[in-house]
Design a protein around this ligand. Structure first.
Ligand code: C5P
Length: 246
């Protein structure tokens, strides 16, 4: 069996949410996003190990926060969670995660900021990987018309919306392929972008609106609202259950 290792980049220091805390540690429904994200991965039953990548100053806090992770994925044994230090860019953080799990057969790279991602979506990505696709991303149709612009903000083109998709995480990869993609030194806004440059086909599975990235104060309000109506009750958090029951 080739181990499925989830890498969770949570080292962004961005404070776009208007809080001094690094984004992944901002609570949603009273629980830090990174903890929600890790519990979703474990609840999927598809992950053997989790590596969480955090800023240096958050290692102790993250270790304490994640050491109480007790959910197991179905019939699988308890899932170990390791905390490592990330870097200045997201790619640096993912690279640190890859280095911490050289034994992986597959990597699932999952933004901590997509804290409400349904476990079923995570399982879909893993299943497609294990069926033989070397690179798999969750995708949603785009509802807005998207345009390209030049430096002055003047529109230069309108791609056919029917061919566009918004891409989420977790993004799944054959481990050897992702290591090869990260051996190059180019930047990318997602991991699949690096794999595409190698000429490897990236497959899509159905994404989920709940896997949205919590980036702005509006996103945070939306996430709180989702939790308050039990949107991620399947994660099994007592705080969520209390809110649902109350
Ligand atoms: O900043 P952005 O929204 O692109 O971040 C996406 C994810 O990558 C977040 O979970 C964030 O914590 C993580 N990240 C990281 N290391 C960085 C920058 C972002 O782990 N240097």
């Amino acid at each position: 069996m080739r181990p499925v290792v989830a890498l969770v980049p949570a080292a962004g220091r961005g404070v776009r949410l208007g809080e001094p805390t690094p984004k992944a540690f901002v609570p949603v429904g009273g629980i830090p996003m990174v903890r929600l994200a890790v519990d979703g991965l474990i609840a999927s039953g598809a992950v053997h190990r989790v590596v969480v990548v955090v800023p240096a100053e958050m290692v102790d806090a993250a270790s304490a926060l994640l050491s109480t992770t007790s959910l197991t994925g179905g019939s699988m044994p308890p899932v170990p969670v390791q905390v490592v230090v990330g870097g200045a860019e997201r790619t640096d953080s993912v690279r640190a995660g890859i280095a911490a799990a050289p034994d992986a057969g597959y990597y699932l790279v999952h933004d901590a900021a997509r804290a409400l991602t349904p476990p079923e979506l995570i399982a879909r990505v893993a299943t497609e990987l294990q069926a033989g696709s070397p690179a798999v991303v969750p995708a949603l149709p785009v509802v807005d018309t998207v345009k390209s612009v030049d430096d002055a903000g003047v529109v230069t083109g309108t791609p056919d919306r029917a061919r566009l998709r918004a891409i989420q995480t977790p993004q799944g990869f054959d481990a050897e392929l992702l290591r090869r993609a990260y051996a190059t030194d180019v930047g990318a806004t997602d991991d699949a972008g690096l794999v595409e440059r190698l000429g490897v086909a990236v497959h899509t599975v159905a994404g989920d609106p709940l896997a949205f990235k919590i980036t702005t104060p509006l996103d945070l309000t939306l996430a709180e609202a989702v939790l308050s109506v039990g949107g991620s009750a399947q994660l099994g958090h007592s705080a969520v259950r209390t809110e649902v029951a109350g």
